[in-house]
Design a protein around this ligand. Structure first.
Ligand code: GLU
Length: 302
């Protein structure tokens, strides 16, 4: 059975852009008769904030976005993530990386000309045993990186069409020991049977990395749809500093969840009349991926 999901990180309240993505993910799944899962991505313990998961789930419920089965937490799935990392290691695909962020920024450009700016420059990929031992004595625990060999990856996004990317040596285990986002997401989607990933456009550039990991782990590739972002009036990705952007903020300002759903539907391209308050059945009947807006939406302050 087809299966979609929404996978929030409990690091801050969902804003209208996140909720709009959740609505789109729900519509993609339910219009296809698919299961729809919610997975809480709480691996970065330093950023998880108490009470946020509950608030996020309450917001999804207030918009009417139901899900199948219990909510799953990534932190409870460490054994699966660890097994995948071990498999990559056994296959000789990993190496320890001692670089700090600053060192990566300052390093000369990446050895593979095809890699985009910000790609890992490969500093630790070719350390000799002696150099590695010396770095180990420095005391900074290493992260583990994948030898991606600038693998070219192509895929078709259901909103953006054909995409192509070249994968740099991504981290699969962070230097605090936690499985990295890209690794965990691939392992969990496959294990949970997710075959369609609908998420914000800010994650479009991570998709080639995740597809390469799926290939190397022998896991099926899910389909993807990256939903355009909601931007603040300054053109930057919407955030708390832009004002009343959460459902709680909007309700405090006198709006209802149906008002927010209406705004989301209009800016996704699924409704035209600002006075309309379409319910989910109406939106399901109208839903057509080809109708979805491809451009970001700017949200006015207030
Ligand atoms: N947890 C990620 C986020 O909140 C989303 C991951 C995904 O959908 O793949 O940004």
């Amino acid at each position: 059975m087809p299966c979609g999901r929404y996978a929030p990180s409990p690091t801050g309240p969902l804003h209208v852009g996140n909720l709009r993505t959740a609505l789109a993910a729900w519509l993609f799944a339910r219009s296809d008769g698919a299961r729809f899962l919610v997975r809480v991505e709480d691996l970065d313990a330093s950023r998880v904030r108490p009470g946020i998961e509950e608030a996020q789930l309450a917001d999804l419920a207030a918009l009417g976005l139901d899900h199948d089965g219990p909510v799953v937490r990534q932190s409870e799935r460490r054994a699966l993530h660890d097994a995948a990392i071990e498999r990559l290691d056994r296959d000789g695909l990993l190496y320890p990386c001692f670089c700090t962020r600053a060192e990566i920024r300052e390093a000369a450009s990446a050895p593979h000309g095809a890699l985009p700016e910000g790609a890992y420059p490969g500093t630790c990929a070719t350390l000799t045993a002696a150099q590695r031992a010396q770095r180990e004595r420095g005391g900074r625990p290493p992260a583990l990186r994948l030898r991606a060999e600038a693998a070219p990856i192509s895929f078709t996004d259901r909103i953006h069409g054909g995409r192509h990317g070249v994968v740099d040596d991504l981290v699969v285990r962070r230097n605090d020991g936690a499985p990295a986002y890209n690794l965990a997401v691939v392992v969990d989607d496959a294990d949970q049977g997710v075959d369609e990933v609908v998420r914000g456009n800010d994650l479009l550039e991570t998709t080639p990395r995740q597809l390469l990991l799926a290939d190397l782990l022998g896991l099926p590739r899910p389909a993807h749809a990256h939903v355009p972002l909601v931007l603040g009036p300054d053109g930057k990705r919407l955030a708390k500093r832009h004002g009343a952007v959460t459902l709680a903020d909007r309700v405090a300002a006198g709006e209802t969840p149906a008002d927010m759903r209406s705004w989301c539907a209009r800016t996704l391209g699924l409704a035209a009349d600002p006075a309309e308050r379409p319910d989910l059945d109406t939106l399901l009947a109208r839903f057509d991926p080809a109708r979805l807006r491809r451009e970001p939406t700017t949200r006015d302050a207030g």
